[in-house]
Design a protein around this ligand. Structure first.
Ligand code: SF4
Ligand code: SF4
Length: 406
């Protein structure tokens, strides 16, 4: 698809990228069938090909309408279309560019701006979110059932092992997970400890930046990425061999630090190094001798929800299923593995109807062919969102392994 960007966009740092991505699309439409929003709404403009047309028109100078924006807003940035696309169209990069442009070209209403600001400021700050969750737990019986399930009950975290191995990897405390599921990183540290790896957290690191960046607040996300790089750098120079966020959404964004900071002369080289060191926790475990864990899942029935960030962005669709299967758990068969659960970062809060529709569909796919005693996943957003729709416990898979230790 040929495109000629409007003159006012020619000097933008993203201009060449946008042109190349639009140019790579041959509008074959293969991606449409695997797009969750198209599958639900059957409107071409709510599928990747239609959105690429809308973005092309927008970047060529056509006025942006509220309707165009609503089609872009509904996109979950799940990148299922990238997995399907035979032409290698980097749709995830394009939608980030388009959203940032739309924020400037068509300012949102004050109410909408406030709503989105609030989502970023609450979810992106673990202290604020922890306070809100604490309050929610106090009034849990009064909450609607979906919210009550998401808020859950505080669980004991146990203690993290001391650092005593020569092999060191960096954890990311993050934002939402730190407040809503603090046991996850501690479980990961205990499992890695048994494999001879110490997991270390840099106290100054925080939200990976994905939340703001994917919501059109690119500058905010980039600042958070720079802060994390500064926090990790001394530990990397001291020999840390990998950065291992336990939330795959954060992992996929850190993987992109090199690309998103490529134009920043002060950070480009460091960002590339950070991206090269970023590893999914599943990748780490698959490279180790899992028999050292001494775990036997005893055939417990487990459903695995693979987050979009893990399967479509990091290209690790089978990592968790392989690990839990090797350790003796029975992986429940599930249909439509490629489809998003509806969480989509903060999308389930901003587009709740679509979030609920996709959640119903995902839970039916995960539990329709078996009755798993637990659903495991690799991303806190999916975990909380799915838990809102079911009484079956939804956990991070590493906690399953930690609890099964001999
Ligand atoms: S599959 Fe790829 S090339 Fe075909 S329409 Fe979708 S994005 Fe374009
Ligand atoms: S990122 Fe996901 S929701 Fe957005 S167009 Fe691609 S497949 Fe559809």
């Amino acid at each position: 698809m040929q495109s000629e960007l409007a003159p006012r966009f020619h000097n933008q740092p993203w201009a060449a990228d946008a042109k190349a991505i639009i140019g790579a699309c041959v509008h074959c439409g293969f991606c449409t069938a695997t797009c969750p929003t198209y599958t639900e709404l059957r409107d071409e403009r709510d599928g990747p090909r239609g959105r690429i047309y809308l973005i092309k028109a927008m970047l060529e100078g056509a006025p942006i309408t509220g309707r165009t924006r609503s089609h872009l807003d509904r996109c979950l940035a799940c990148r299922s279309c990238e997995t399907t696309c035979p032409s290698g169209v980097r749709y995830g990069r394009l939608i980030d560019i388009a959203r940032a442009v739309a924020e400037v070209e068509l300012p949102r209403s004050r109410q909408d701006r406030f709503r989105r600001w609030l989502v970023r400021k609450v979810l992106g700050d673990s202290g604020r979110l922890a306070s809100l969750l604490g309050l929610g737990r106090m009034v849990r019986p009064l909450l609607p059932s979906s919210l009550a399930r998401m808020v859950g009950r505080a669980r004991p975290t146990g203690t993290a092992p001391e650092r005593h191995h020569p092999r060191v990897m960096l954890a990311l405390a993050g934002c939402v997970q730190k407040a809503a599921a603090p046991a996850t990183n501690i479980a990961a540290a205990r499992v890695l400890d048994r494999l001879g790896i110490s997991m270390v957290t840099a106290p100054a690191a925080g939200c990976c930046g994905a939340l703001g960046y994917h919501m059109g607040a690119a500058a905010e996300g980039l600042d958070q990425a720079r802060r994390n790089i500064d926090a990790w750098w001394p530990l990397i120079e001291a020999g840390a061999e990998a950065i291992v966020p336990t939330a795959s959404g954060c992992g996929s964004f850190i993987h992109d630090y090199g690309d998103i900071l490529a134009d920043d002369p002060a950070y480009a080289a460091k960002a590339r190094r950070i991206s090269a060191l970023a590893r999914d926790l599943g990748e780490i475990l698959l490279a180790e001798d899992l028999s050292r864990l001494g775990i036997d899942g005893n055939g417990r029935q487990v459903a695995v929800h693979v987050p979009c960030s893990q399967q479509h962005a990091l290209k690790l669709p089978d990592a968790v299923e392989t690990i839990v299967g090797r350790l003796g758990f029975a992986v429940a068969p599930a249909a439509e593995k490629h489809l998003c659960c509806g969480s989509g970062g903060a999308n389930s809060l901003l587009e709740p109807e679509m979030g609920r529709r996709l959640r119903r569909r995902k839970l039916a796919a995960l539990t329709g062919m078996a009755a798993p005693e637990v659903i495991v996943t690799a991303n806190i957003g999916c975990q909380l969102h799915l838990q809102g729709g079911t009484d079956t416990p939804v956990r991070h898979w590493i906690e399953l392994l930690d609890e099964a230790r001999p």
